[in-house]
Structure formats: structure tokens, C-alpha cells
Design a protein around this ligand. Sequence first.
Ligand code: ADP
Length: 497
Amino acid sequence: MRAGQWFALSVGLLVIVAVVGTIASVVALGRLANARVQLADRLDPGAIAAADLKGAVVDQETGIRGYALAAQPQFLAPYDRGRAEAADAARRLRALAGSEALRPLRGRLEEVLARARDWQTRYAEPAKRQLAAGAVLARRPESIAAGKRRFDAFRVAFTAFTTPLDSARLAARARLDDSAATVQRWVIGTGIVILLTVIAAALILRNVLVQPLLRLAARVRGVASGSFSEPVAGSGAREVVELGQDVDAMRGRIVAELDALRVVEQDLQRSNQELEQFAYVASHDLQEPLRKVASFSQLLQQRYGGRLDERADQYIAFAVDGARRMQTLINDLLAFSRVGRLEQPHGDVDCKELVERVRADLATAIEESGATIEAGPLPTVHGDAGLLRIVFQNLIGNAIKFRGEAPPEVRVGATRDGEWWAFRCEDNGIGIDPEYADRIFVIFQRLHSRATYEGTGIGLAMCRKIVEYHGGRMWLDAEHRSGSAFCFTLRARPEDP
Ligand code: ADP
């Protein structure tokens, strides 16, 4: 499944649980409120009013009895108070009897009130009047018994009314408790389900998205750092699986391109080797016949110079010069094609010392041009001292050769860059147009005529070949203004910090 589907599933579940829980809680709360209204506003006040009624009627009976015994009017006070209270309780009960909770007991209530009225009008009031007229009730036991009968009838009716009333109160209380428990159950249940859903969603998210992504990221980092052989596969959510497939397709492309590149590289290497072989063989084999041409044209010049006419002397001079130049070119080409061909033992090379030796070699040029060569602290590297010396010789030689008006100032320095030493040779000479930054490193490519500056155009090509043979890179700093700056790198020795 897609991560989005997992997400939708979790959210859907949460919404369903929340909606169901809320509806159920609202219904249970409604029942709770209803039960509370029944109990607190109807049944309980009904029970209180019934108790008040009974108390008031008993007070009346006590008042009449006291009056009958003591024959003093102040004993009638409870009777009068009881009448008022009974009227009040009856009014309250009637008002409540209209409600749904008490409606079934209406008949019984009327019976209670009728019995109370009956006792009052048929016994209490006549007895009160007779007593007021001086009668002695004790002398009329039949009247007292009739009063008692009527009062007992009131009691019976009262019990018949309060018994179902108490039952209704108990039932309402039970409904109240039940509704409260239901609300509690739904709230707790919904909370637990939501919590579980959230935990489950978090676990699912972790298992189908976060962890598979972390695993995939680790594999992608592996590919980025060059481990192309192992296939990449995503797990968990469909998006991650698809991403894994895309990354694997990318890896496949890289592998295919690398293979193609390797083939091209091998071809290139082979053709380079053939070319070098050809240059070497050609220059080597040309040396011998050329030496012959050169030495015989020199002999010709020595023996017959001045004996032929002026034009012949000139031709011979051209031939001698051409042969000499050709020898220089061929020697340079031979030296160039020998770089890396003759494996000289590599050792520790103190670059500072190399520069000092080059300074000595170029002493005449330095003196003539008034050049200053400033060499900063230079490292010791591992390499072929003879070849590395050629690099410094060419760079410093060029810096002096291609000088401007001012006396040349050459600065050679090196800084550490990770595993490499970055060398830099700067001068204040005529400078090089950045457009030619690559061309100057091509063999026999020159930017000036021989008449302006001597040279064969092999120096920088040789320097780059030597640096690359040592594993480094060489380039012209095209940003550098006022003169030129050449940079090259050589691997630092592992023991150098
Ligand atoms: P060469 O010195 O024999 O001409 P190089 O291969 O050493 O051959 O240099 C190639 C060309 O690069 C030079 O002809 C010159 O135009 C340019 N060049 C090299 N070094 C410098 C420099 N320090 N300042 C200006 N131009 C330079």
C-alpha cells in the first residue's frame, strides 16, 4: 500500500471512532440529563411534598387530640398550622402531578387528598366545633373510632401513593447511575481507541515509511560512494519501493555508462600508447639520418664555406640551421615520449633543493634579466627527482623568458590541500590570455613566433605530462592578473602531517 493510503486509513479510523464515540456520548448524556430532571425536579420534590403533607395531617390530628384532652384553644395551634401546610403540600403535589414522572400516580394522589379532606371535613372540623361548644369527646367513643377509621384510610391511601413513588425514585436513580456509567464507558473507550489508533499509526509510519527510507538512504549513500555492484531495493510503502526501483534504474544507468566509459578509456589508452610508441620510434629512428645530414652540412660549411658563391654559402647556412633546429625538436620529442617510459626509481625529493638547483642552472639568465626568484617553504614529495626538476626548470625558465618591461619576479610556493600539495609558480611577465589556457599545454603549441621568443613549444606539455605521471594535475590560473600563474598538485607523503 502507498504511504498516503496508510495515512488515509489511520485518519479514517480515527474519524469513525471519534464520530461514533461522540454520538454515543451525546445520547448517553441526553439520557443522563433526562434522568436527572425526573429525579431532581419531579420525583424528589414529590416525595418531599408527600412527606410534608403527611406531617401536616399528623400535626392536625395531634392538634385535635390535644384540644380534646386539654379543652384549651391554644392546643389547636398545630391543627391550624397543619391545615395551612397541608394545603401548601397539596398544591405542590398537584403541580408536580402534571409531569410525566408523576402522572401515573395522579389517581392515588387524588385519593390521598380526598382521604385527608374526608378526615378533615367529616371528623376534624365537626369535632372542633363540638369541642368549642363544650362537648367532651371522650364520652363519645363512636365518634373517636369513626375519626380513627377516616385517619387510617388516609394512611392507607398515603402508603398506596408513596410506595410506587419510592419505586419510581429508585428506578430513576438507577437510570441516572446507568447513564453516567455509559457516558464514562464511551469517553474512556473512545479515548483508548484513539490512543491505540495513534500508536498503531505511528508504528505503521515507522515500519512502512521511516525505517524503509532510512535503509534506502543508506543504500543510496553506498551507491554515491561508489558501491555500484549491489542492487538497490526499497521496502515498506509503495512510494519507497518505487523510489528504490528508480534509484536502482539510475544505478543501472551509471554502471552501463561506466562500462562504456571504461571501454572508451581503454581504447584511448591503447591509442595513446601507440601514438607515444610512434613518437618515440620516429624520433629515435630519425636521429641517426638527421645527425648525418647535420654533420655533413656542417662539414660542407667548414670545408667549402667561402669557396662557392655567396648564395651557396647562404643555402648551406640555412641547411645547417634547419638541421640543428630539427635536432632540437627531435631531442625534445624524444625526451617528451620518454616521460614515464623509462621507470626511474622514485624517492624523496626536496622541492626547495630542486628550486635551488634550477636557480643555479639558470644563473646566467637570472643575472642578465635581473630576475628575483622567491621560493617559499616547499615540501618534500615522493617522485622522480629528474622529472620534477624539469617541471621547475620549465616554469621558472618561462617566467624569465616571457618577461615584460620590469625585471622578472618569480614566486614559487606550496600549500597543503588534504592529501595533496598545491604548488603555484607566479611571475610578473607578459601574462597569458585565458583563452589559451588549454592550448599552451599542447605539444609544439606556441603563442609567439621564434623571432620574438625562443622555444619549441614542448616545455609546458612536458610539465603537465610529468605532473600527471606523478598522479597530479596541472593548469593555468586564468583568474590571475598581472603576469601568469601556473598551478599543479603532487600527492603528499603519508608521513607528512
Ligand atoms: P616554449 O617556452 O618553448 O614556447 P612552452 O610549452 O614552455 O613552450 O610554452 C608554451 C607557450 O605558453 C609559450 O610559447 C608562451 O606563449 C606561453 N607561456 C608559457 N609560459 C609563460 C609565461 N610564464 N608567461 C607568458 N607566457 C607563457
